[in-house]
Design a protein around this ligand. Structure first.
Ligand code: FES
Length: 569
């Protein structure tokens, strides 16, 4: 089989000279250009993405494996997305990075790709870009940080921040103690170590079969993470030799396995939009309703924050995803192929669970309600989502008065006011925070509770928005209302004092206002003014799709393969 890279490095003419000669300024011997597999290592290393700041070391481990198997590794950077620092939200740049990845792969002489991913959006962005090229691909997650430890207690990234900051606002924690907790939370390389979005997406990588067994949970600083990277390096060379492409791994069965796994881990709602977008790139039919149907009867088995009490380090020691998949038995498609050459069933058939309090047995779960509930109603005809395992059972069926915030600025200006007219049984509604609205679909849906209610000891309220929520967060939070308010969805029509009914069991979210009145409000509605006249923000605003179809750009759905017929000289 003629390799793709041979079109660059094979010819003995002027162009071949150019392709090899400039590469050789890196001290590369001529035999590396003899037609062996060229493996691109797509690196999201950045000191501004602290979760991925150890990736240069990880890349070196991949290179060892590639060389050992007779390949030629070439590392290249792509834009990195650091969840904690980027404004207005990393989600706005997921599609941009996917374009960077897709075009970097297609334009260069690589036969196979290793994706180094970690912080939340880096995983879907790299997978989406690679899927549109469809070369042999292995994904390696950077691994979670070691468990946080504060004054002898385990604390989790994000989850404990939300808890502590509410405690400070309620006067239960001093500012000194709050500041002290910072360093105790993030005490090693790696990504958030709760079952937040990064850990969820690392689990998706493993359950989709695009990562090696163990990918999800081995801590970033554990030597076995380096071994996994080394073995992934050897494996990608074999995959190129056998021409095993991403589309052979990312099948409908693989996506169903991932959706089921997401329910069993109590995974992030963000996985919904990312997997919908990825399925769109690789040509697999996957819908919001699949999420509800496939996950509905799957109990949450993994006892990790924010749904439970442990952290990713504990999950690894308990057996990680392989032990979980074994516990799920025939609920998963065991014949789905994975990147190590085995089926997912073969990968987990001998997996042992070493801690039954971390990975619960199927007949004694953390919660019988794993999965993602997809709600519909007159304010979200295309769907909205809620994570039952992170919600308050008593609020799952609730009727209340809407307390409406028109946008995030309105929310921030009024939420702490003693004059805010709000009671514990009210429903907080936040508009104009969807893909077009913020812009970028930020994680503000788990809006903080009003200070005056926190002081009264209120712990949770029903909250509804067209925004997303951090995977580290919790509460009875309805998210991703589609179509969003800023796109003219009827979610924009909710007004202060309206009655809203939430019935999670019936999958219903209803604004109890007469259709005549809604029609009047619809006629009076005007789109919010966009401040994005140019640049990437303009492209995003004009082409982003809604939450129920994955928030990809309309022109990026599908793939273009890896062939480029034209030469640059
Ligand atoms: Fe990077 Fe949470 S901030 S994974």
């Amino acid at each position: 089989m003629k390799r793709r890279s041979t079109a660059w490095f094979g010819p003995t003419d002027r162009d071949g000279f150019i392709h090899r000669s400039w590469m050789r300024n890196q001290g590369l011997p001529s035999h590396l250009f003899d037609g062996r597999p060229v493996i691109g290592i797509c690196n999201t290393w950045s000191e501004l993405t602290p979760c991925n700041a150890h990736f240069r070391i990880l890349a070196e481990r991949v290179k060892r494996g590639v060389y050992e198997a007779g390949g030629f590794p070439v590392e290249f950077p792509v834009m990195s997305l650091g969840e904690t620092l980027m404004r207005p939200t990393t989600m706005m740049f997921r599609n941009l990075v996917s374009m960077d990845v897709e075009e970097s792969i297609r334009a260069n002489p690589v036969d196979g790709v290793v994706l180094l991913v970690g912080c939340d959006k880096t995983t879907p962005a790299l997978l989406m870009g690679a899927a549109s090229c469809d070369l042999p691909t292995v994904t390696i997650s950077g691994g979670p940080m070691l468990n946080g430890n504060y004054r002898g207690e385990q604390i989790g990234s994000g989850t404990s921040v939300w808890e502590f900051s509410e405690d400070v606002r309620a006067g239960k924690m001093s500012l000194e103690a709050f500041m002290d907790a910072e360093a105790c939370m993030s005490r090693s390389a790696g990504h958030c170590m709760v079952m937040g979005t990064a850990s969820t997406m690392a689990s998706m990588v493993e359950s989709l079969g695009v990562g090696m067994p163990g990918n999800a949970a081995i801590p970033a600083v554990d030597s076995r993470r380096a071994v996994l990277a080394h073995m992934a390096g050897t494996r990608i060379v074999e995959m190129v030799n056998d021409d095993v492409r991403l589309s052979q791994i990312l099948t409908r069965e693989a996506f169903e396995n991932a959706v089921i796994t997401n329910a069993a881990i109590g995974g992030s709602t963000n996985a919904v939009v990312h997997l919908l977008a990825l399925a769109g790139r690789i040509g697999v039919e996957l819908s919001l309703d699949d999420w509800d149907r496939l996950g509905r009867d799957i109990p949450c088995l993994v006892n990790l924050m924010p749904s439970g009490k442990y952290l990713m380090e504990d999950f690894y020691y308990a057996g990680g995803i392989p032990a979980l998949l074994r516990e799920l038995g025939d609920r998963i498609h065991k014949n789905a192929l994975t990147v190590n050459g085995n089926t997912i069933g073969e990968n987990c058939e001998e997996a042992e669970c070493f801690n039954r309090d971390v990975i619960k047995p199927i007949d004694a779960p953390v919660s019988s309600k794993g999965g993602i509930a997809v709600l519909r109603g007159n304010i979200c005809p295309n769907g909205a989502v809620l994570k039952p395992s992170a919600a308050t059972a008593e609020l799952m069926q609730h009727r209340g008065r809407a307390v409406v915030f028109e946008d995030i600025d309105d929310f921030k200006a009024r939420i702490d006011s003693p004059d805010l007219d709000v009671e514990p049984e009210d429903i907080l509604v936040l508009k104009n925070c969807g893909p077009k609205g913020y812009p970028g679909f930020p994680e503000v849906g788990n809006m903080a509770l009003p200070t005056k209610l926190l002081e009264r000891g209120v712990k949770d309220m029903v909250r509804i928005s067209d925004a997303r929520m951090s995977g580290t967060a919790y509460g009875t939070v309805v998210l991703h209302a589609a179509p969003e308010a800023a796109a003219g969805g009827d979610f924009a029509l909710v007004q202060n004092g309206d009655q809203i009914e939430l019935d999670v069991a019936a999958r219903r979210l209803h604004l109890d206002v007469a259709e005549e009145e809604l029609a009047k409000r619809r006629t009076a509605w005007r789109p919010p003014q966009t401040q994005h006249a140019r640049g990437y923000a303009r492209l995003f605003h004009d082409h982003v799709m809604q939450a129920d179809t994955g928030v990809d750009f309309d022109f990026l759905v599908g793939g273009s393969g890896a062939e480029v017929p034209r030469e640059s000289h």
